[in-house]
Ligand binder design. Structure first.
Ligand SMILES: CC(C)(COP(=O)(O)OP(=O)(O)OC[C@H]1O[C@@H](n2cnc3c(N)ncnc32)[C@H](O)[C@@H]1OP(=O)(O)O)[C@@H](O)C(=O)NCCC(=O)NCCS
Length: 136
């Protein structure tokens, strides 16, 4: 829970922010909910949070992989792959073996990463989202 502020700072990146007026970086409360009930892993370097991956356990053996991010200046050094591996390991340990993820269509890195980990690319969708006005 004490890492939520750092996670939220990393989540302030194109492709992770929400569309619309109440959008921008997802609300702190949402991250806290994921810490309580989801699977949220962080990557650290010298005790500093430098990346995260977050998924929500759905019914049955399904996990919705909500988002992942790495501190901008540390990208391309394998942290994303390490997070993916650790996430897969943790999900398997918890009996989850169906993974759903939505990737920003203009983000070749995440598309490449997902394919590398066995995700099959599906159809192209637009995201529609309605958030409470209080989410600033
Ligand atoms: C997507 C993201 C988490 C990947 O983390 P990362 O630590 O940079 O990833 P890695 O260094 O482990 O690299 C993963 C793969 O992508 C490739 N890659 C990394 N950066 C790249 C770049 N800028 N251009 C092309 N390929 C790149 C790597 O070569 C690697 O592939 P390989 O195994 O074939 O060599 C990171 O780029 C990020 O935080 N992006 C912004 C937030 C975001 O878009 N999140 C995803 C949507 S939820």
């Amino acid at each position: 829970m004490s890492d939520v502020a750092a996670i939220r700072r990393i989540a302030n990146a194109p492709g992770l922010t929400n569309p619309g007026n109440a959008g921008c970086v997802p609300h702190t409360e949402w991250f806290k909910v994921q810490v309580r009930g989801g699977i949220l892993l962080v990557a650290t370097r010298k005790t500093k949070v430098v990346g995260f991956i977050m998924g929500e356990k759905l019914l049955g053996t399904v996990v919705m992989v909500w988002m992942m991010g790495v501190t901008e200046k540390l990208r391309g050094q394998g942290i994303g792959k390490a997070l993916m591996n650790a996430f897969h390991h943790e999900c398997t340990k918890q009996g989850k073996n169906i993974f759903v993820a939505y990737a920003y269509a203009k983000n070749p890195v995440i598309i490449k990463l997902l394919k590398k980990y066995g995700f099959n690319q599906g159809h192209l969708y637009y995201e529609f989202i309605k958030l409470p006005k209080s989410w600033k």
